[in-house]
Design a protein around this ligand. Structure first.
Ligand code: MRU
Length: 348
């Protein structure tokens, strides 16, 4: 099974090596990001996207952008670190993984003793730990979520919660990859995901690379597919999970959850624990990114028409059957017993 590597260190360890997702599925091109401008532009324009992937890219990117500059004094190094960390963390507001990863990098710098080279060594080590932990969390998410699948399961997904959205085997698609490894035949229905088509450009492409059966549909077709009895369960990723279990994910997820509830179809949000934000009480407190109107205008709309273009919506906890994380699967509304873990348990 071929699972793509969306984000990793460059061969020389001084840059972030990403798949340029803006070019998929037409062209598979890798990019090396070395400066803060390159890192911020890649995250803002979705060259690298998906909550865990932008967290990892932000952490590696903070190290790379500091390594690409010269630092005259210890104080000027710390000032630059502060400015770049603040800038990178703010590029996209909804996914918690980005400020979470940058927060870890800041904490590593604060606890490092010694001169600039010692702090840089600590930053490289922390970024590498974030990368490796993300890969491991994705695998555990997949192992827990695979318990919900069975041979012949038909799974609807929205957006791309696959390997392209993480540094590992994905979030929403990780259970599907684990089930596929175990020899189960899973049939994925991929919503196209308007307006930026992460479903058709990315999910359909990466599932086909991995040899998983996938059928593409326009977003407007999902409810009708459910009514025809062709969906056994829904698995979507998450950009931020509030303490009460409300889930922010790609725009359109809320509608999928409403349709699933109407048809009695289980709806799972699947994410590593790094996407859980216990400091945010409910979905109402999550900042939703609104993107350029030009993503919706173009040849099929009048020039300058007013546009509503939120990139994410919030699905309330009561519409979610379970939240699948590397800590296990919640039962009942919200995160339930998953709250009580203090460390991530080992792979089962
Ligand atoms: O705007 P994007 O493509 O970054 O949005 C991504 C999503 O909404 C994913 O579903 C989410 O990040 C979870 S995938 C790990």
């Amino acid at each position: 099974m071929t699972i793509v590597e969306a984000v990793r260190w460059s061969a020389d360890g001084s840059a972030v090596d990403i798949i340029d997702q803006r070019r998929l599925p037409g062209e598979m091109l890798r990019l090396e990001l070395r400066t803060a401008n390159e890192v911020c532009e890649a995250i803002a324009t979705l060259a690298v996207r998906g909550a865990p992937a932008i967290g990892v890219a932000g952490a590696l990117g903070l190290f790379a952008s500091l390594a690409s500059q010269t630092h005259d004094t210890h104080e000027s190094f710390l000032d630059t670190l502060d400015i770049l960390a603040t800038r990178i963390a703010a590029v996209r507001p909804t996914a918690v993984n980005l400020p979470w990863a940058i927060g870890r990098m800041r904490a590593a710098a604060t606890s490092a003793q010694g001169d600039v080279s010692d702090i840089m060594a600590a930053l490289r080590a922390e970024a590498t730990a974030i990368l490796h932990e993300d890969r491991a969390m994705c695998r555990r998410v997949g192992e827990h979520g695979a318990a919900l699948l069975f041979d012949g399961a038909r799974v609807l997904t929205h957006c791309n919660g696959g390997a392209l959205a993480t540094s590992g085997m994905g979030s929403a698609l990780a259970p599907i990859y684990v089930a596929h490894e175990r020899g189960q035949k899973i049939h994925v229905y991929a919503d196209e995901t308007r307006p930026l088509l992460q479903g058709s450009r990315l999910t359909a492409w990466e599932l086909m690379q991995a040899g998983v059966r996938v059928t593409l549909l326009a977003d407007s077709m999902a409810a009708s597919l459910m009514r025809e009895g062709k969906v056994d369960l829904v698995m979507v990723g998450a950009d931020r999970i509030a303490a009460n279990g409300d889930v922010a994910n790609k725009i359109g997820t809320y509608g999928v959850a409403l349709a699933a509830r109407h048809h009695g179809i289980p709806f799972y949000a699947v994410a590593p624990w790094s996407t859980v934000d216990l400091a945010t009480a409910t979905g109402k407190d999550i900042v939703i990114e609104h993107r350029s109107p030009d993503e919706l205008r173009g040849p099929h709309a009048p020039a300058n028409v007013d546009v509503y273009n939120p990139a994410f919506d919030v699905t309330p906890a009561e519409l979610i059957t379970g939240i699948v994380t590397d800590r296990g699967i919640s039962s009942g509304v919200g995160l339930g017993s998953l709250h009580h873990y203090t460390t991530t348990p080992a792979s089962e």
